[in-house]
Every structure is written in structure tokens, then in C-alpha cells.
Write a new protein. Sequence first.
Length: 255
Amino acid sequence: MAGLFIFLFSPSGSSSIDVYFSPNDHVRTHIIGALDKARASADIAMFSFTDRPLAQKIIKLSKQKVIVRVLLDTKNAVGNLYSKAKYLTNHGVNVKYAAVISLYGVDGIMHNKFAVIDKKTVLTGSYNWTASANSRNNENMLIIHNKRIGALYEKEFVRLWKNGTKEIKRKKPDVIKTKEQIENHIGKIVILDGAIRRIRKGRRASFVYLKNIGRFKIVVFNREDVQWKAGDSVKFLVLIEKSNRYGLEGIFQQQ
């Protein structure tokens, strides 16, 4: 399906809206096309940002005298192994993390997925800036060319940006030493303390097993990080995950 183009006229000014659906409309290409037209600014509020080509485009844009600001959801940026938060920051992009609002002990999220280009073009919809959104998920995205709508989205972005932080305030992770403790920490980043029983190398990752945590495996995607050997005493920072396919496992976090 090709994208749909709509032209509207109102007293507030003419508007045009491009409508796209993934995975058929190659939405990433249209996002890059919109970013190519940026001349002064690009403000992005994104719940999940893992798409490398889009991250590379943002980095390139920031080096072309375009003022780029990226606001990310705090929990997703911390817990998502593929988040491009650090990648963007390391390449000089101005990144902030949205303030967390808690109600009755439950943390909220910054669930927006929009960008404002030159304060007059808005990209918005269900589409997160991820590879899955582009090629696998059923998503929608609108590109709205209207100064009044652009101003409204820009106002909201500025509000979120002012409340955001440059650094994530991390709570000190719990230290885990037994298998029984792991089930209570699913979805959390913890420190695994123990001695290595064995290391198994797979096609896409290495798997580390500790003596005191039984068959529970720690997945290390970057093989250059594997500098240990059996018998070494270690303290690993890991994200505990559980899925139907892989069961309970720890995803090694670079420190």
C-alpha cells in the first residue's frame, strides 16, 4: 500500500497530511525524508528508540547546524538493551530522559511517539522508532504539515523537555546470590555475585553460568566483553528477563 496524501484548507492555514502504515509503506524512509528537510530544529519525544539508521540520521543532522533534542522514556532507555540513548549521547546529540510520575506507588511512562521539525511539521502515530515498527509491526504514522499544529506539539515538547533530566537517577541495584532470589526481580537490573562455573559460546552471543545460581544463564551479546574464565569471582550487572521462548535469563549490561 502506498502512503496517502491529504490536502486541507482552513482559516488557520493550509495543511497537508501524509498517512503511512507499516510494514507495507517503508515508514522509516519517510521519516528520513522528513528529517532531510530540517533546517533549524528537530525535537523528538520517543518512548522506544532502537532503530540504528534513524539514530545515524539524527547524529548526521546534529552535525549540520540543526538543533536536535531527543527526549526518551526513562524506564525504556534503562531496561532496553537496544536503546540508542547512549549511542546518541556518545555522538554529541542532546538527549534527556523524561521525568517519572508516580501514582499509588506505580511509575508512569513517557509514551509519546512524535517529532517536530522546524516547529511546523509533525510526525506522530503509534510508530516507535524501532526496527520492528518498520519491518514487522502493524503501525501508523502521520506527517502533518501545519504551523498551528506544529506549535501545539512544540509547546508540549518544551514542557516535557524542561522537566526531563540529563542523567538517569538510578537506584542502587539489589545484589543477587541465589537462584531463589531471581524470580522476584524479573524486569529489574540487578548485580549477580558469584563464581563462574562455565562459559559457552554461541553463534550470536556467549552464555555465562555461575556456580551459585544453577542453570540460570547470563547472555552476553558483545563477545569483546567476555574476558573471564571458569573459576573467576565476578559481579555482573544484568537485566532479569523471562520469556516463553528462552525462559528465565539475565541480559548482561555494559558498565
